[in-house]
Design a binder for this molecule. Structure first.
Ligand code: CAA
Length: 381
C-alpha cells in the first residue's frame, strides 16, 4: 500500500490549484450572484486538458488516471463548484461513457471535440416524474427503422443550454421495463429539440441547469449507444464513475471552506486572543480536518479501484455519501467560525454552504447511495 502521490499527480494538483486561484476566484461571487455561466473559464479548462482528463490522447483527451481527476476536481471545487460540476459531467458522465461504449464513428464525431473541451456535453436522465426512480422513464424513443422518434421532457439538466451534445435516456420498449431503455446522442439544434427554462437555484448558481423538451426529434439510429435496450445499464455504469467526481467535488467544497475557516481563525481576535486559541474553535477545526481526510481517502480509494479495473460501485457510492455529508457539515461550521462575516457573500463560505447541498442530491441522493451500498453489502452475505 502506498499513499504517496506521484510527481505527475502533484503537478496536476498544482496546475488545478493555480488555475482555480488565478482564473476562477476573481469573478466567482459575481457569477454566483448573477447566475453567470463561467463560459470563458470552461474554455480555458478545456485548453488545459481538464475537460477530458481520462480520455485516451488518440481521442483528444489528457490520458490521465482517475486519481488525477479527483485531485483536479478537488482544487477547482474549492473555489467554484459551478465550474466543477460542468467539468465533472463532461468528464465522467459524457466522455467516459462515450469512450467506453461508443462506436468508433461516435468517438470521432463527438468524443474528440468533447475531450478537447471545444464543446460541452450533458447527461439527460432525470425527468419531472423520474429522479431517484430512474427506471420510470416517460421519454420515448420510438423505433422508426433508420431513426428514433424522440418525445418527452428532461429536468434539471446540468450544462442544459451550454452543451452541444446531449446523452438522452428514453424508453423504446415499455413492456421490457428498464431493459427497453436506450441512450441516444442528441445534437443541439436538431429539429424539435427545445431548451426550456433555466432553473434559479440555491447553489451552484453559475452552472446552467435547464429543462429540455423533445417533440418528434428524429435521432439517427447510429446515435444509439450500445445494443438496443442498453440505455439503463449505460446510465448506471456511467453514474458509478460520476459519483467519484461528485465525491471529489464535495471534498473540494469542504476543504475550501475549511481552509478559509482556518485562515480566518488565525486572523480574527476575540476575548484578547486569536479565535483558534479558543478550544471551541480549535475542536471544530480538528473535526473538520479529520472528516475531510477520511472523505479524501475514501474518494481516492474509489478512484484507485476504478483505475485498477476492480469493482468500485459500492466504494464510489460510499465516497459520495460520506463526502457530501462532510461538505454540508464542514461548510455550516465554516460559516459559524466566521460569525457575522460568514453570513455575507464577500467571505465565500456562505456560497460554499449553499453549493454543498446539491452534492447530497445530484448523481443519486444520499438515500439512493444508501440503497446502492446496502444492496452491495447484503449481496456479499
Ligand atoms: N452497473 C450496471 N448495472 C446496474 C448498476 C450498475 N452500477 N446498477 C443497477 N444496474 C442494473 C441492474 O443490474 C438491473 O438490471 P437487470 O435487471 O438487467 O439485472 C437494472 O440496472 C435495474 O436495477 P435495479 O433492479 O436495482 O433497479 P431499482 O429501480 O431497484 O434501483 C437505482 C435502481 C439504483 C435506485 C437507480 O434507479 C438509481 O441509481 N437512481 C438514481 C438515479 C440518479 O443517480 N440520477 C442522477 C441524475 S444524473 C445527474 O444528476 C447528473 C448531473 O447533472 C449532475
Amino acid at each position: 500500500m502506498n499513499f504517496q502521490l506521484t510527481e505527475e499527480h502533484l503537478m496536476i494538483q498544482q496546475a488545478a490549484r493555480d488555475f482555480a486561484q488565478n482564473e476562477l476566484l476573481p469573478g466567482v461571487i459575481d457569477r454566483d450572484t448573477h447566475e453567470k455561466f463561467p463560459a470563458e473559464q470552461i474554455k480555458k479548462m478545456g485548453e488545459l486538458g481538464f475537460m477530458g482528463m481520462m480520455v485516451d490522447p488518440k481521442y483528444g483527451g489528457a490520458g490521465l488516471d482517475t486519481i488525477s481527476y479527483v485531485l483536479a476536481m478537488e482544487e477547482i471545487s474549492k473555489v467554484d463548484a459551478s465550474a466543477s460540476v460542468c467539468m465533472s459531467v463532461n468528464n465522467s458522465l459524457v466522455c467516459w461513457g462515450l469512450e467506453k461504449f461508443g462506436t468508433e464513428e461516435q468517438k470521432q464525431k463527438y468524443l474528440v471535440p468533447l475531450a478537447k473541451g471545444e464543446i460541452i456535453g450533458a447527461f439527460c436522465l432525470s425527468e419531472p416524474e423520474a429522479g431517484s426512480d430512474a427506471t420510470s422513464q416517460k421519454t420515448t424513443a420510438i423505433d422508426m427503422g433508420d431513426y428514433y422518434l424522440l418525445n418527452g421532457t428532461k429536468n434539471w439538466i446540468t450544462n442544459g443550454s451550454s452543451a452541444s451534445v446531449y446523452l438522452v435516456m428514453a424508453q423504446t420498449h415499455p413492456e421490457k421495463g428498464h431493459r427497453g431503455i436506450n441512450c441516444l446522442i442528441v445534437e443541439r439544434g436538431m429539429e424539435g429539440f427545445v431548451i426550456g427554462k433555466k432553473e434559479e437555484k440555491m447553489g451552484i448558481r453559475g452552472s446552467d441547469t435547464h429543462s429540455l423538451m423533445f417533440t418528434d426529434v428524429k435521432v439517427p439510429k447510429e446515435n444509439r449507444i450500445g445494443e438496443d435496450g442498453f440505455g439503463f445499464k449505460f446510465a448506471m455504469k456511467t453514474l458509478s464513475g460520476g459519483r467519484i467526481g461528485i465525491a471529489a467535488q464535495a471534498l473540494g467544497i469542504a476543504s475550501g471552506a475549511y481552509e478559509l475557516a482556518l485562515k480566518y481563525s488565525k486572523e480574527r481576535k476575540a476575548f484578547g486572543k486569536e479565535i483558534y486559541k479558543h478550544q471551541a474553535i480549535a475542536f471544530k477545526l480538528a473535526d473538520m480536518a479529520t472528516e475531510i481526510e477520511a472523505a479524501r481517502l475514501m474518494t481516492l480509494r474509489a478512484a484507485w479501484l476504478k483505475d485498477q479495473g476492480l469493482p468500485f460501485d459500492k466504494e464510489s457510492a460510499m465516497a459520495k455519501l460520506f463526502a457530501s455529508e462532510v461538505a454540508m457539515k464542514t461548510t455550516i461550521e465554516a460559516v459559524q467560525i466566521h460569525g457575522g462575516y460568514g453570513y455575507v457573500k464577500e467571505f465565500h463560505v456562505e456560497r460554499l454552504m449553499r453549493d454543498a447541498k446539491i452534492t447530497q442530491i445530484y448523481e443519486g441522493t444520499s438515500e439512493i447511495q444508501r440503497i446502492v451500498i446496502s444492496r452491495a453489502i447484503l449481496d456479499q452475505q
